[in-house]
Ligand binder design. Structure first.
Ligand SMILES: Nc1ncnc2c1ncn2[C@@H]1O[C@H](COP(=O)(O)OP(=O)(O)O)[C@@H](O)[C@H]1O
Ligand SMILES: N[C@@H](CCOP(=O)(O)O)C(=O)O
Length: 371
């Protein structure tokens, strides 16, 4: 008998200016996984080394580029990691995962965070492991090691998060190289390694309110910038002055975004940053001019502007004039020969979800292959 369910995970915008590796807001643009497990279709999935037939809809971001082998794709590799922590080596016979992904890759909208969250939820559902969202965050944080996108994508809404101090034994478990956590691609042999379970409650978070009048405009350049590359240009140390600059703004911003009516005179300066944006300008043509020239004075309705995550997307918060604000930014990028699209997005309050699909008959235990 078949079992079928849908996993949905929102995109996210991290940092919101001063909250580097701390703040994240979930955005209503959803990565979706339609999953079917039907042991009577085992012959259709046995071409994959782990019994998982993976497909992407043609309109998906990454269609034709993301790997479809389950030990190479970020979503299914992550699910395999979760399963293998419970000593389940493969997907059940006849597992099919169809992905619809509207989140552009490598643009600063949390595509990898969403993929990791989706993968952990997939492993949890497939193995019927019964982990809570808080526990699933621990698995996510073993893979994507900054909590801002992951927390927003898993929990939804506008979140502040940190990693708690770990004991030396926990550090050992957390510092395992990714290659030992995620299965290696290439159809290589399964080593039989059972990865250690992650330490408990690695990530702590709170949800802030978000004034629903505040909308998110994402201006998305056509070029990709990997988060790893965009982190590599940041300094290893900061002056006290720069850290205090960010901390002061962070404390004010988290409350300012809840107030009604939204106050641009408070939000705009509270979204300034000295920790990451100044260093990332070298990777994003036009960033300096955009951040300086689009203000609440020049554009009615604008509240604040920043780099979304590691970039290159620009996040503008506004209450009106969305199109005019977006086009001003698009035109500035255009002068640098950077083409863009834009989206107007609401905050996603629920975070990631899983729901049974109509064809589902959840009574059957999945048929895992004997080793
Ligand atoms: N839906 C997805 N399916 C498979 N891989 C994905 C997916 N989303 C993201 N990835 C992987 O994550 C990479 C982008 O991650 P990253 O550089 O952190 O950028 P982003 O800011 O979009 O999270 C992609 O190049 C791809 O390897
Ligand atoms: N705090 C991280 C956030 C990365 O977000 P992404 O959406 O670009 O993956 C950073 O700024 O590096």
């Amino acid at each position: 008998m078949a079992r079928s369910f849908l996993i949905k995970v929102p995109a996210s915008s991290a940092n919101i200016g001063p909250g580097y590796d701390v703040l994240g807001v979930a955005l209503a643009l959803f990565l979706e996984l339609e999953v079917t497990i039907d042991s009577s279709k085992a012959s259709e999935t046995n071409a994959d080394p782990n019994n998982c037939l993976l497909s992407y809809s043609e309109d998906s971001e990454g269609y034709g580029n993301v790997p479809l082998s389950s030990d190479a794709n970020l979503i299914t590799r992550t699910a395999l990691y979760v399963l293998r922590c419970s000593n389940i080596r493969k997907f059940p016979l006849g597992t099919k995962v169809h992905v619809r992904n509207p989140i552009p890759l490598g643009r600063g909208l949390g595509s990898s965070g969403a993929a990791v969250v989706a993968g952990v939820m997939l492993g949890n559902e497939i193995g019927q492991l019964g982990f809570t969202k808080q526990r699933m965050l621990d698995f996510c944080l073993m893979i994507e090691r900054h909590p801002d996108n992951i927390t927003a994508a898993m929990m939804g809404s506008f979140c502040g998060s940190f990693l708690r101090a770990l004991t030396p034994q926990e550090v050992e478990r957390r510092e395992i190289p990714l290659a030992e956590v995620l299965p290696e691609p290439s159809g290589g042999e399964d080593t039989g390694l059972v990865p250690p379970l992650p330490p408990i409650d690695i990530g702590r978070h709170v949800k802030y309110n978000w004034n629903p009048k505040i909308k998110c405009i994402a201006i998305i350049p056509q070029f990709e910038l990997s988060t790893a590359d965009s982190r590599s240009v940041l300094p290893k140390a900061y002056t006290t002055e720069d850290l205090v600059f960010n901390l002061q703004r962070l404390a004010v911003l988290t409350n300012a975004l809840t107030l009604d009516p939204p106050n641009p005179d408070l939000i705009y300066p509270a979204m300034q940053d000295r920790v990451h944006q100044p260093y990332r300008k070298i990777l994003i043509p036009g960033l300096t001019e955009i951040l300086q020239s689009v203000t609440p004075t020049t554009h009615k309705g604008l509240l604040g502007i920043c780099l979304s995550g590691a970039g290159p997307t620009i996040l503008a918060l506004a209450t009106e004039n969305f199109e005019e604000i977006a086009h001003e930014i698009i035109n500035t990028f255009d002068k640098e020969n950077v083409k863009c699209t834009w989206k107007l997005l609401d905050v996603a309050h629920d975070g990631s979800t899983v729901e049974p699909l109509p064809a589902s008959s959840p009574v059957d235990a999945p048929a895992f292959q004997d080793e």
